[in-house]
Design a protein around this ligand. Structure first.
Ligand code: URA
Length: 229
């Protein structure tokens, strides 16, 4: 693997930061200072940054089916934390890539790889999230066009990014969005005079929720990589 990639994988540095450190002569490989970031290295090489040995970290990537009445927080508050369902070590190092409200159910992705979770949460990455939405009123005929165009949410200057609506029945729809503003789905329907009565996230990117409520599993390598495209 390239030296800059190795430095990124084993530290919190971004690629430009890693390149800067390499070019500054802060990185050695098997005792030699290397200033070319494209140099090929192996994980077994002794790679040091400012004298400290770097090791690639084994990040964890987890898919969970969030039950209602749990919160996407590392500790219990008014509701129990979702992390109570994870019977694994060092849970405090994990975070959720795209939180759900306490009453929302469905797919959450959990990781300790901050750069990876940006691929899911940063709107510029255009990572889709599909929600099954139950509504208090019949869906209006003009709502799909309004969501596709983008709508003004209360308190926001910018319109929402284009979102796709698929009508399942008068009071049930699938909504696909690529951003994750605070209470976004509930606020989008409020902005068109409706109210969300149930909310369930079915998919993120190319990955669909395939677990029962409260279950979790590690993502496959292909699933992890699908968010790096
Ligand atoms: N939008 C909401 O309003 N709530 C969620 O939990 C997720 C998206």
């Amino acid at each position: 693997m390239r030296l800059d990639k190795f430095v990124c994988k084993s530290t919190e540095l971004t690629k430009p930061e890693a390149i800067e450190q390499i070019r500054a002569g802060d990185v050695s490989v098997n005792g030699c200072i290397i200033t070319d970031e494209a140099t090929q290295v192996h994980e077994n090489n002794a790679i040091l940054l400012n004298g400290s040995r770097l090791k690639t970290r084994d990040f964890r990537y987890i898919l969970m089916h969030k039950p209602a009445g749990t919160i996407c927080s590392n500790k219990d508050e008014l509701y129990p934390s979702l992390f109570n369902y994870l019977e694994i070590e060092n849970v405090s190092e994990l975070h959720i890539a795209g939180r759900l409200d306490a009453d929302t159910t469905g797919m959450v992705l959990i990781t300790d790889d901050g750069r990876w979770s940006f691929n899911i949460t940063r709107p510029t990455q255009k990572c889709s999230k599909v929600y099954r939405v139950g509504l208090s009123r019949d869906i209006g005929e003009d709502v799909a066009a309004k969501f596709e165009h983008g709508i003004a949410l209360q308190g926001e200057l910018q319109l929402t990014l284009p979102a796709q609506l698929e009508v399942i029945s008068a009071k049930e729809v699938l909504l696909t969005i690529t951003e994750g503003k605070f209470h976004q789905v509930k606020r989008m329907f409020a902005a068109v005079g409706n109210r969300v009565v149930s909310l369930h996230r079915e998919a993120i990117g190319d990955v669909n929720l395939d677990l029962d409520v409260g279950q979790w599993r590690y993502l496959t390598n292909d699933e992890v990589q699908s968010f790096n495209r």
